[in-house]
Design a protein around this ligand. Structure first.
Ligand code: SF4
Ligand code: SF4
Length: 327
């Protein structure tokens, strides 16, 4: 087994930095842990169970231009110029979140902005210990927690696994800080991902459940649960035209299915008029999937929606009732 002593972490980070921009969970002065550029000399916050925002922000920017128009040049799709970037410290739930986004944005017609950012990313996972908000153990996921390298922490040091050809190449560069050793490892939380799980048959009967009204009655519609979810990827499309008609821009911006405006269409009509409907819609997306991810549960169990919901809402009891659980 490839092994690294924890005392060699700083050296490892220096070697990784030579391969691209190194980003990892960093504890800010405000007490919040975020994925951000890791400055030389600083250690990543590997003790944090979760960052406030998931790594999706690297692949889908909160707001970005997706099309421009100039009268003399016509329509242009902007191309992302993306430096090689290494994300270090991804937990299995966030790795699985990226594999879910890959299914959506790298399908038959890949999204070019997503594709170029994804191609520039090297993913290095790190093991974790689930806390009271996590649900990975309760609802094992069919999503793969793909990685290039994975670092499993133990009391004796770190065991390293290779998950891709890119990871194998990188491992050669990291050889200086690695050795071969037998280790006793704690439970590997990657085991909750990539499982074949039969979903219960989809039922329309849940429409009348009183739980939707109860949850909606407590929800303040702030949208934090979608913003912080590693698999929520709905966006709104906005167009702005120059007043003289010679230029225009199309933007996409993170949207949120708990916002009233999310399902509004022309004429002020809405497909999800009341919050209970919107709550059911979010639930079904997270636990049943739709579109090209129909039948693929989109909850990776990261626990962010529970940890950061100002109303303290938790869908686990309802999921246990509708989906069953593996506990
Ligand atoms: S629904 Fe909640 S627990 Fe599941 S992946 Fe999204 S934020 Fe994490
Ligand atoms: S974070 Fe909580 S209160 Fe805010 S929209 Fe989500 S469920 Fe509602």
């Amino acid at each position: 087994m490839r092994y690294m002593e924890i005392s060699k972490l700083q050296r490892l980070l220096d070697l990784l930095r030579q391969q691209g921009e190194l980003h990892s969970p960093v504890l800010g002065d405000d007490g919040v842990t975020r994925f951000e550029l890791l400055p030389p000399g600083k250690l990543p916050d590997l003790a944090a169970i979760r960052t406030q925002l998931p790594p999706k922000k690297y692949l889908l920017h909160p707001q970005e231009t997706i099309l421009t128009y100039q009268a003399d040049a016509g329509y242009r799709v902007p191309l992302a110029t993306v430096p090689a970037m290494i994300l270090f410290g991804l937990h299995p739930c966030d790795l699985a979140g990226i594999s879910y986004l890959d299914r959506i944005f790298l399908g038959d017609e890949p999204d070019q902005l997503y594709l170029s950012r994804r191609a520039a990313l090297t993913l290095i996972g790190v093991s974790c210990t689930p806390d009271e908000f996590c649900s990975c153990r309760l609802y094992p996921s069919p999503l793969e927690a793909w990685y290039d390298l994975f670092f499993q922490q133990s009391v004796d040091g770190i065991a390293v696994s290779i998950g891709s050809p890119r990871g194998a190449e990188l491992m050669k560069i990291l050889d200086d800080v690695m050795e071969e050793r037998e280790l006793l490892l704690p439970e590997d939380t990657r085991c909750f991902f990539g499982r074949k799980i039969p979903l219960p048959p989809e039922s329309e009967l849940d429409q009348g459940l009183p739980e939707w009204q109860v949850l909606a009655g407590h929800c303040i519609g702030c949208g934090a649960c979608s913003v912080c979810c590693p698999t929520c990827s709905c966006f709104d499309v906005l167009e702005f035209g120059g007043l003289d008609g010679s230029s225009a821009e199309r933007l996409r911006r993170w949207d949120n299915c708990l916002f009233r405006s999310h399902a509004e269409v022309a004429g002020g009509m809405s497909f999800q008029k009341d919050r209970a409907q919107r709550f059911r819609y979010r639930y079904r997306h997270k636990y049943r999937g739709f579109g090209q991810v129909k039948g693929v549960p989109g909850c990776t169990g990261c626990g962010r929606c529970r940890a950061f919901c100002p109303a303290g809402l938790d869908l686990r009891a309802l999921a246990g009732k509708l989906e069953g659980d593996a506990s």
